[in-house]
Unconditional design. Structure first.
Length: 122
């Protein structure tokens, strides 16, 4: 929670950094996730959920900025606490999302066993 007196400029910079990181993340992961939509059912479902998360994070960042603007306009402990609590919820959602993406990456990187060559066939 943002109960300590961090300068408003530092809070703004931190929110900007989160937004930029989310944008970079989407730019690198959305393309390969979109390709997985035609995979097996479990993989495709995971890709759909994670792509939906990406949309949700865009909305969440807009809400994060809204909380920040409240603090910027009326800087007191209660508003900072609300901003901090929202930030904690967003951070936890991002951690869960990355855990789920690592699972999807493992499925994407799993290769089916190579078929035997004609020399290896009985």
């Amino acid at each position: 929670m943002l109960l300590e007196e961090f300068p408003v400029a530092d809070i703004r910079a931190a929110i900007m950094a989160v937004g930029q990181a989310v944008a970079r993340h989407r730019a690198t992961t959305d393309p390969w996730m979109a390709l997985l939509l035609t995979s097996d059912e479990e993989t495709a479902r995971g890709a759909r959920v994670l792509l939906h998360d990406h949309e949700w994070f865009a909305t969440s960042l807009e809400q994060f900025w809204w909380f920040f603007r409240v603090v910027e306009a009326d800087d007191h402990g209660g508003h900072r606490q609300a901003l901090g609590q929202y930030g904690r919820v967003l951070a936890e959602a991002l951690r869960r999302h990355r855990r789920d993406e690592r699972w999807l990456e493992s499925r994407r990187n799993a290769r089916p066993p190579a078929s035997p060559t004609s020399a290896e066939k009985p």
